[in-house]
Write a protein that binds this ligand. Structure first.
Ligand code: ZN
Length: 142
């Protein structure tokens, strides 16, 4: 019979699910203990010791390395993919400089990191605050 070991605890179910997805994608068998209790009543998580990510004892060391892997270099890639806006960036419709990178795109980037999915599924989109136009590319012609 396999022995299981708790390698991580999460107060919130979505974070535990993300950790499980990450381990699943690396071929590490794991399950979430207390998942249904915490999902049904969040306050129960304190009494039960939160949602536990459990793996086979022999996989524990590798699983911990996967969960604790430093992904800061991937954050740099996201910054390069979504360069910061400058004063020269203009709306292609009304030429306003009052444009922002859509938050959903940044959230998608962060989500992509957590799940280990390739970033190519997400495209950069900008929104003009003044006219509301959403564009895939900003103009930087002055
Ligand atoms: Zn505009």
């Amino acid at each position: 019979m396999d022995q299981f070991k708790t390698i991580a605890r999460y107060r919130d179910l979505p974070l535990a699910e993300l950790a499980k997805s990450k381990l699943d994608s690396e071929g590490i068998y794991c399950f979430l203990a207390n998942k249904n209790h915490v999902g049904a009543n969040w306050l129960v998580s304190f009494a039960l010791g939160e949602v536990k990510v459990q793996v086979k004892t022999e996989d524990a060391e590798v699983a911990l390395k996967i969960l604790n892997k430093d992904q800061s270099s991937e954050l740099i890639e996201i910054e390069e993919t979504f360069p910061a806006l400058t004063q020269n960036d203009l709306c292609i419709k009304c030429s306003s400089s009052n444009i922002v990178l859509l938050n959903t795109t940044r959230k998608a980037g962060a989500f992509s990191l957590l799940l280990g999915l390739p970033f190519i599924f997400f495209r950069k989109r900008y929104k003009c605050i003044d006219c509301g136009h959403i564009m895939n590319q900003k103009s930087n012609n002055l």
